[in-house]
Design a protein around this ligand. Structure first.
Ligand code: NDP
Length: 452
């Protein structure tokens, strides 16, 4: 393959500049490397515009202090972030993550990926991401509210329905969005429904938003598998995670005739040979906010395995379809080898960057189809954009209407990945296809708007 010296020099420069940010560098390497064939075709033109240098630099990084008071009356301080990466296509859009691991590198990788993902949806949204190193686990409702209010006291300066529209992510669900929205409304004295998505149905939320990322993942998987003449019905799956994305991926998988054998959380995984009972998982995770291990209280015949070592227990269970829906770098090379040895057919990335670059290469080299996160989990943000549309119209679509639009969007996203991969002779490398299709859109918008 012809090499692009320009692309390589940008990657080298970005690697030096962001040397302390491993997750951000990981996505830069993955995306830029896969764009080589595209860049080579127009190398001088892109170089004259410093297009890649501009693409890899966030438009704005906001970092702020979040002081709050816990249930014992102690004052705690966390760090908040909002990375507004690229606004060429529309207002910045992307979730908020509350997890102790949050840092600038993770925020930047998520915001960069979000830019590409949002472009693939075909909807007018730019890329952003935010969050805090706050740990919601074990906190009372009041503590969560105190934290969300303090977080919004600062964040509200930088967001708005036409500016930047946050949503949920790890540790941020309907409860947190409610508290954040309430505080925004109070500070601004303004009912600006379109400033946040993932809202409750009583105050501007969209039907099917909660289900959208997981359902969308399975719509994408169906397109990818049927295109490759693989039937879904009768297949088995394992799902890493048991949060929002995992639960609704499992629900749709079941509707498609797939048996979900195992689900997990950060402690370990449950295996149920009869197929995971989702009502029980929803009760544990959505109502009690408990641990997946508690599944055994309802199904004593299920098996629980605690995580140990570098391969999460859920990936040691043999299944046809692997759905990482927890966190980044969940599947490393060692895990990928286990999946291949166990005869996995496909990996569908529900989480963002759940597979390391080496693991993706290994899976693809061993004929495992990979549905890339940027495309396969875009159903959540796409439905968030549908929520924004409904807020602007002051109107609500039915569940079926939103779900149908989501399904069509996912079909279209898969088509873009497939067509781009085909155009550049990349076969079934939908990972590269997604990057190329998104790059073509974002770069055109950036070029049209000049050097800003
Ligand atoms: P939730 O907070 O609802 O659930 C996260 C799940 O992943 C939990 O089961 C959690 O287990 C597990 N998990 C989180 N962190 C880790 C970790 N460090 N190691 C192991 N397991 C972990 O989050 P979501 O379901 O919303 O998000 C899951 C993934 O999907 C993330 O990568 C997110 O960025 C991505 N995503 C989410 C979208 C959405 O609409 N919500 C949209 C697109 C992508 P535990 O409870 O033990 O922490």
């Amino acid at each position: 393959m012809e090499k692009s010296n320009y692309l390589r020099s940008v990657l080298e420069e970005a690697s030096a500049k962001n040397a302390t940010e491993p997750e951000f560098l990981q996505t830069l390497k993955e995306v830029l490397t896969s764009l080589e064939k595209v860049v080579v075709k127009n190398e001088d033109y892109y170089k004259s515009l410093s297009l890649l240098e501009r693409l890899v630099e966030p438009e704005r990084i906001i970092s702020f202090k979040v002081p709050w008071v816990n249930a014992k009356g102690e004052i705690k301080v966390n760090r908040g972030y909002r990375v507004q990466f690229n606004g060429a296509i529309g207002p910045y859009k992307g979730g908020l993550r509350f997890h102790p691991s949050v840092n600038q590198s993770i925020m930047k990788f998520l915001a960069f990926e979000q830019t590409f993902k949002n472009a693939l949806t075909g909807l007018p949204i730019g890329g952003g991401k935010g969050g805090s190193d706050f740990d919601p686990k074990g906190k009372t409702d009041l503590e969560i509210m105190n934290f969300c209010q303090s977080f919004m006291n600062e964040l509200q300066k930088y967001i708005g329905a036409d500016v930047d529209v946050p949503a949920g992510d790890i540790g941020v669900g309907g409860r947190e969005i409610g508290y954040l929205f309430g505080q925004y409304r109070k500070i601004r004295s303004l009912y600006e429904a379109g400033v946040l998505t993932g809202k409750g149905l009583e105050y501007g939320g969209s039907l099917a938003r909660k289900e959208a990322t997981g359902y969308g993942l399975m719509y994408y998987m169906r397109e990818m598998l049927t295109t490759n003449n693989i039937e879904l019905k009768g297949k088995t799956a394992v799902i890493s995670g048991s949060g929002n994305v995992a639960i609704y991926a499992a629900e749709k998988a079941k509707q498609m005739g797939i048996k979900v054998l195992a689900m997990s959380d950060s402690n370990g995984c449950v295996y149920d040979e009869n197929g995971i009972n989702l009502d029980i998982v929803k009760e544990i995770k959505e109502v009690k906010r408990g641990r997946i291990k508690e599944y055994l209280n309802s199904v004593p015949s299920a098996k629980y395995t605690e995580n140990s070592g570098t391969t999460p227990a859920v990936y040691t269970i043999k299944a046809d379809i692997i759905l990482p829906c927890a966190t980044q770098n969940d599947i490393n090379l060692e895990t990928a080898k286990i999946l291949v040895a166990n005869g996995a057919i496909a990996v569908g990335e529900g989480a963002n960057m759940p597979t390391t670059n080496e693991a993706i290469e290994y899976l693809q080299a061993n004929n495992v189809l990979v549905a890339p996160a940027k495309a396969a989990n875009a159903g959540g943000v796409a439905t968030s954009a549908l929520e924004m549309s409904q807020n602007s119209m002051r109107y609500s679509w039915t569940f079926e209407e939103v779900d149908k639009k989501l399904e069509n969007i996912m079909k279209n996203i898969f088509k873009q990945c497939k067509d781009a991969a085909q155009e550049y002779g990349l076969g079934v490398n939908y990972v590269a296809g997604a990057n190329i299709a998104a790059f073509n859109k974002v770069s055109k918008a950036m070029i049209a708007q000049g050097v800003i």
